[in-house]
Design a protein around this ligand. Structure first.
Ligand code: PLP
Length: 390
């Protein structure tokens, strides 16, 4: 066993930039550097690149280019969708109520919390089942006369569960509410056609599909007015102020195109590695459970809970062995609190402190999985013997 080996199993946290994406971006730093809002030829060339990127993104989402808003990240896309839709609905006297779930990313839960705490909106969280699935019947039950928006993610970032989105969207629409989905983890792996999904707002982020960090997009169905979450200039049809990040917008579009051209091949590769991880770990680690749905899950996500194990201590232990993993959402690493997602799925504290998320990617090899399966069972046992701090 080589101690210098490193194995990256945290592709849900972020991915490396595809060299083809970088190549597409480079001219827009030094050659085509105009401001797309300028009238002159430098500006027009940059504007052309932004509009070309918008068209390519729209093609993959099955929408029109005018329905794509470029943002600075997935979090901003979620913020714009929630705050923008709720504030506009209040202004127009169309309702004050938001329905969401307890397994959303903090970009949604914290925005919902702010809407409730600071701005007086009503927020209902529908329950999830043991597999983190939202039941469309619960969404219908939670909807009221004044419900403006339902926000349920496409695929969960911690446990990989894929939601029955079209049925949830149908429930929202039956009650006159708009449907937003955080598709940040799904983008690149699952179909993104917004008409089939039945959503009105959909958020993506390039760094999850081999594009650069710090660029995202929000699909906004035609006819939906959103108060901008960032005010200033009139960029993006007045929905998102700020000079366009041309190179990154070009990078997002190229990365999304490549991801969907190659999705079948990559997903088959991911699934095979993921299933080896799941079978191997459940067979060799006592008191271990798979988290998330056994079948309706992201092709690249293998996630677990280990009873009486400190998940953060396990991550540090694995890091010493060269394995990069996560205990859940990347933002939560270092926090001694059990995962709120795992608690909402019904795991008690003795389990919910011991989450481990392994996510594979384009560069993961069979040898990487061999190494992970050699190291992880022993690491869990060692950390279990140390006891749980919390
Ligand atoms: N939503 C989900 C489901 C995520 O996994 C993430 C990132 O981890 C985000 C939103 C935030 O995206 P970004 O890092 O681009 O702000």
């Amino acid at each position: 066993m080589s101690l210098s080996r490193t194995v990256y199993l945290d592709y849900a946290a972020t991915t490396p930039v595809d060299p083809r994406v970088l190549e597409a971006m480079l001219p827009f730093f030094t050659e085509t550097y105009g401001n797309p809002s300028s009238i002159h030829r430098f500006g027009r060339a940059a504007e052309q690149a932004v509009e070309d990127a918008r068209e390519r993104v729209a093609r993959i989402l099955g929408c029109t280019p005018g329905e794509i808003v470029f943002t600075s990240c997935g979090s901003e896309s979620d913020n714009l969708a929630l705050r923008g839709a709720m504030l506009t609905a209040r202004r127009d006297g169309r309702g004050q109520h938001l329905v969401t779930s307890p397994v959303e990313h903090s970009a949604v839960t914290q925005t919902a919390h702010q809407l409730a705490e600071l701005l007086g909106f009503a927020v209902t969280q529908v329950p999830v089942d043991r597999h983190a699935r939202v039941d469309p019947v619960e969404v219908a039950r939670a909807c009221r006369e004044d419900t403006t928006l339902v926000s349920v993610m496409y695929a969960n970032n911690e446990v990989g569960t894929v939601q029955p989105l079209a049925a949830i969207a149908a429930a929202a629409h039956q009650h006159g509410a708009l449907m937003h989905t955080d598709a940040v983890q799904a983008a690149g792996q699952l179909p993104l056609d917004v008409r089939t999904l039945g959503v009105d707002l959909l958020a993506i982020s390039a760094h999850k599909f081999y594009g650069p960090k710090g660029i995202g997009a929000l699909y906004v169905r035609n006819g939906i007015a959103l108060a901008p979450s960032q005010s200033g200039g009139g960029q993006e049809n007045g929905r998102r102020a700020g000079t366009h990040n041309v190179a990154f917008i070009v990078g997002l579009a190229r990365a999304l195109e490549i991801a969907y051209e190659e999705a079948a091949r990559h997903n088959a590769h991911y699934q095979q590695l993921r299933d080896r991880l799941i079978d191997g770990i459940l067979a060799s680690v006592p008191d271990a459970q798979l988290t998330g749905h056994p079948r309706e899950r992201l092709p690249n996500n293998a996630s677990f809970v280990f009873q009486h194990v400190d998940g953060n201590a396990l991550l540090m232990h694995l890091d010493l062995k060269g394995i990069a993993a996560s205990s859940g959402s990347a933002c939560k690493v270092g926090s001694p609190e059990p995962s709120a997602v795992l608690l909402s799925m019904g795991f008690d504290r003795t389990w919910a402190l011991g989450g481990l998320r392994l996510t594979v990617g384009r560069h993961t090899t069979d040898e990487d999985i061999d190494y992970a399966l050699e190291v992880i069972p022993d690491a869990v046992e060692r950390v279990r013997k140390l006891g749980v701090a919390g």
